[in-house]
Design a protein around this ligand. Structure first.
Ligand SMILES: Cc1ncc(COP(=O)(O)O)c(C=O)c1O
Length: 438
């Protein structure tokens, strides 16, 4: 019997996977050009590379306008501001996402309303939205993750009937398409992150795209200290901040955007091969592939480990064993935001949580989202996209390791191992020395 690496056997793989971020001399040359130009910052806004990149990025996703800015969290804040979110407004958000989807809602003194995710996609469950709508609902903020899109048909139907804005969080969906339309272009605005782990990256960075000139102007002004936008047709004056991106970042992103389609093709082919190899494995389950997703965006490959089918052996043991076989992986990639240690909401900091109520809203105790909780604490397995940027042999190694751990799962029963303890830790608890940056 093959012995699992975690109990002293030979690991499936010792060779590292393709490193991420990927770069070439093109990035080096682009950086040097900016360096020599001495035109480094985001001002005058939008600066040369920032403007070119933003226009190309928006076009690649089928939107008229794009703004490159500091990061994805700020992108969401800017989008909320652009639709005119006001203190006390409510914004519907999925429970299962990064805290950065929700933080900006609170920052603007609006109120996040958590809705559970769909068990087949792990994205905002559109069937639950109507029940969460109140007269204060101003926006719905779906997040497209796990190689899926939230059901935009249903979300837009519900939103349009009530004049509610839709802001798509596309931090995992660069290059993806829903019914032939780019991520972020179906809703009123789309928000992207270019943080280190993302499909294209400049270390940090973000973008907002839209086809609505008024939203674009507001967003531009907010990102650029409240200054008039380039067109300034609507003449909205507002207090803005410096959320500009640097020319170094934008120049790198121009190169990365060009490389994105080729990488997406490789990634998709390897992921499909991997999935074919492990589909049908007793105990594993798979998310839905919706035909309306006409182009895949694969930030992470996500599948389900069903502990009940493995005699109750917890996911952390499966993941610890998989990691020891040489496969980087994660389980507690996201927590239901309301339960996360990275979301310690004190209502005195966010007055809208108390307005018109006998007691302030306690976001931690108010919500229970069973699908999100199960995904977060029991079943979701996340494999980073760069594992799939190499050869078919790499994808075979990942599949062989998954199959090996499943077949020898009993070796993990009651096992105590630091790799397992690490896999049980939430992101907030993880030591800062962890090698991977996400
Ligand atoms: C779903 C989601 N939304 C928002 C963000 C925020 O992006 P950033 O880290 O660039 O601020 C991220 C980034 O990790 C994300 O994954």
């Amino acid at each position: 019997m093959a012995k699992l690496a975690i109990v002293g056997g030979k690991p499936v793989r010792r060779k590292p996977f393709p490193a991420w971020p990927a770069y070439s001399n093109q990035e080096a040359r682009a950086l040097l050009r900016v360096l020599r130009s001495r035109n480094w910052g985001g001002y005058p806004f939008p600066n040369a590379h920032a403007s070119t990149f933003a226009a190309r990025f928006a076009k690649a996703h089928g939107a008229k306008y794009g703004i490159a800015l500091a990061n994805g969290t700020v992108a969401i804040e800017v989008a909320l501001k652009a639709i005119g979110i006001k203190p006390g407004d409510e914004v519907i958000v999925p429970a299962y996402t990064w805290e950065g989807t929700v933080g900006p809602v609170l920052l603007l003194n609006a109120v996040p309303v958590f809705v559970d995710v769909d068990p087949h996609t792990y994205c905002l469950d559109a069937r639950r939205i109507e029940k969460a709508i109140t007269p204060k609902t101003r926006a719905i903020l779906p997040v497209h993750l796990a190689m899926n899109f939230a059901d935009l048909d249903e979300i837009l139907r519900v939103a349009r009937a009530r004049n509610i804005a839709v802001i798509e969080d596309c931090a995992h969906a660069h290059g993806g398409q829903w019914r032939g339309k780019g991520a972020g272009a179906s809703g009123d605005l789309g928000c992207f992150s270019f943080q280190s782990s993302k499909i294209i990256t400049a270390g940090e960075g973000g973008a907002v795209i839209t086809s609505n000139l008024e939203f674009y102007e507001c967003a531009q002004s907010y990102v650029n200290c409240g200054r008039a936008s380039v067109s300034d047709e609507f003449r909205h004056r507002l207090i803005g901040f410096n959320y500009r991106i640097t020319e170094f970042q934008a120049a790198i992103l121009e190169v990365q955007l060009e490389r994105m389609p080729k990488q997406a093709k490789t990634r998709q082919a390897n992921m499909e091969h991997f999935e074919k190899r492990i589909r049908g494995t007793p105990g594993l389950a798979f998310l839905k592939r919706d035909k309306r997703v006409t182009r895949l965006a694969a930030y992470q490959y996500v599948f389900k480990y069903v502990p009940e089918n493995f005699g109750g052996i917890p996911r952390a043991a499966f993941l610890g064993a998989l990691e020891m076989e040489g496969i980087p992986c994660d389980g507690l990639f996201y927590e239901p935001v309301y339960r996360s240690a990275l979301f310690p909401v004190d209502p005195t900091d966010f007055p809208a949580l108390s307005w018109g109520r006998p007691e302030p809203l306690n976001l931690k105790s108010l919500y229970h989202s069973p699908v999100s909780e199960r995904a977060a604490y029991e079943e979701a397995v996340w494999l980073p996209h760069h594992l799939f940027l190499g050869s078919r042999k790499d994808a075979d190694d990942i599949a062989n390791a998954v199959l090996k751990v499943c077949e020898n799962i009993n070796e993990l029963r009651d096992l105590k191992h630091p790799a397992i303890a690490r896999k049980a830790m939430s992101r907030a608890e993880r030591p800062r020395i962890e090698k991977r940056q996400w």
